[in-house]
Design a protein around this ligand. Structure first.
Ligand code: FES
Length: 151
């Protein structure tokens, strides 16, 4: 797992302490230093989904030899959603599309070492988006010409 270089948050210690009141240390790490928080040009799979609370998750996937070699995500969601996007995109790396289809909200929440119950829908939003991006990979692999019409 490759975390981003430290971003200077004002009062980072205080922020960490405040976040730790709600989230596990692993979740806070992914909130403050998310992995893969970037879009991927010419991705082999892409999807965006919206949660019931109005937050959006976008996921990009790139394949090499049928394995997920690069992942990216973007969200305008809450801190927990950032952590879920970061963790889910890490979990998907190195897997085949079929293998990654088994990643669900429980696996994302477990990997974050105890996501609060009130944030479980953030993991569900992320799992749903990941699944849609993986299905998009399958469409693109069957009909590669469709990639040309992507923005
Ligand atoms: S997606 Fe609704 S609070 Fe995180």
């Amino acid at each position: 797992m490759k975390f981003k270089p430290p971003v200077k948050f004002e009062n980072e210690k205080k922020l960490f302490t405040t976040l730790r009141m709600y989230y596990s240390a692993t979740t806070v790490k992914h909130i403050l230093r998310p992995c893969n928080d970037e879009s991927i040009p010419e991705a082999d799979g892409y999807a965006d989904c919206r949660s019931g609370c109005g937050e959006t998750m976008k996921i990009w996937l790139k394949l090499t030899d049928d394995r997920i070699c690069q992942t990216g995500f973007w969200t305008d969601g809450c801190a927990a959603t950032v952590a879920c996007g970061s963790m889910a995109t890490e979990l998907a790396k190195g897997k085949s599309v079929t293998e990654a289809l088994s990643i669900d909200a429980d696996e994302i929440a477990d990997a974050l070492a105890d996501l609060p119950e009130g944030n479980f829908h953030c993991a569900e939003l992320t799992a749903q988006t990941l699944r849609a991006a993986l299905k998009d990979c399958l469409v693109i692999s069957r009909e590669p010409w469709k990639k040309l019409y992507r923005k």
